[in-house]
Design a protein around this ligand. Sequence first.
Ligand code: IPM
Ligand code: SF4
Length: 477
Amino acid sequence: MGRTLAEKVWDDHVVRRAEGEPDLLFIDLHLLHEVTSPQAFDGLRENGRRVRRLDLTIATEDHNTPTLDIDKPIADPVSRAQLETLRKNCAEFGVRLHPLGDVEQGVVHVVGPQLGLTQPGATVVCGDSHTSTHGAFGALAFGIGTSQVEHVLATQTLPMTRPRTMAITVEGELPDGVTAKDLILAIIARIGTGGGQGYVLEYRGSAIEKLSMEARMTICNMSIEAGARAGMIAPDQTTFDYLEGRDHAPEGEEWDAAVAYWRTLRSDDDAVFDAEVFIDAAALSPFVTWGTNPGQGAPLSASVPDPASYEDASERHAAERALEYMGLTAGQPLRDIRVDTVFVGSCTNGRIEDLRAAADVLGGRKVAGGVRMLVVPGSVRVALQAVEEGLDKVFKQAGAEWRHAGCSMCLGMNPDQLAPGERSASTSNRNFEGRQGKGGRTHLVSPQVAAATAVLGRLASPADLTDASATPAPAGV
Ligand SMILES: CC(C)[C@H](C(=O)O)[C@@H](O)C(=O)O
Ligand code: SF4
């Protein structure tokens, strides 16, 4: 019988299999950041262990890093301690670290792919749920807990139970103005935040094949928000073109051999998935969340749903509670929701194409009065590229703040936070209560919707912008 992509990569990494026990997998790439690594290093130290494969281990600073005044001492004592601990641990154990100020620093899931470390057919782990991002390359990428981080540091292996597989087939053309973010929000609204539980999702179909690598990363990134263990997309020419020439990509004959292997990494025609979902790309439109989990979303053209319309009691209660927290009323058009903050960034939508898309909408326009807009590149490399293209100027001229790379307002672990009651349109991936600051209210959106929302001060798509709000974009943009 044929095998799925996930099964192929899994089988190629089993170093020990025994009846009734989890498989022991070899891990090709272990990414670390400051939040989930301290106890893992403590464990190694207590047991007198070293890091088994320094060549497959790399760390970056992202969650606790400030996005302003990065040359000054870090004011927040918790953040400072987290970063100092990571630096000390990496120095002691010999782990390669890209600290704040380094040209390769950035959000861990932006850094891995851009260095060419994330490759098709690899097993990738990180003590971070959004490790699923790397599945966009046809890697099997899992978020792991701190005790597993210690296990991988010590052994470069991980015991894991074999996941089930779900195919999410997206056929047809995405309409103009509909992005990967809209697609994944619509998928999660459809299958629910628990719909992917226990599964590795494989996104496939003509609409997925047409997506750029960056868009594929946006999709795989949010697999975890559907409860899935991982998300994957079969590697193809788009993947190979993205990787070729990157720092850690193979070269010469090794490249040819790698591509030949990577081309085999597709689900066989007769492979059987444990579950299948079909999505019609042509039926989608810009999508935003109204609630407090990523599954509580709707087309921007819709209204805040009436909790009474939910048959399922727990969904009804969740919707009631969400509307109360979000300060929304059933029936209110989503386009009428006013925001005071717009955040463009994160490992979901903080890459160069996302910044280009936001700048394209903002070019020659102004952020509405009373709205603060933060643009935070996912990595220093993304920032440098954006500056080279003049995107930073577009943002600044529009009245947005151009910040240093990091997780920033995706979550409140650094100074970039919402105040209680403040409302954001955010290109990140989680809209949980308090995620962007205590009492803050988050609407998840695409970069295009974020930019249009910044201009109008209410949830909007670029199509809502009248020509009157635009003057010609500066040359070169
Ligand atoms: C802090 C970290 C462990 C966490 C995660 O696992 O995803 C964070 O990155 C997030 O996005 O919530
Ligand atoms: S950008 Fe957000 S989602 Fe991504 S790793 Fe950082 S905190 Fe987590």
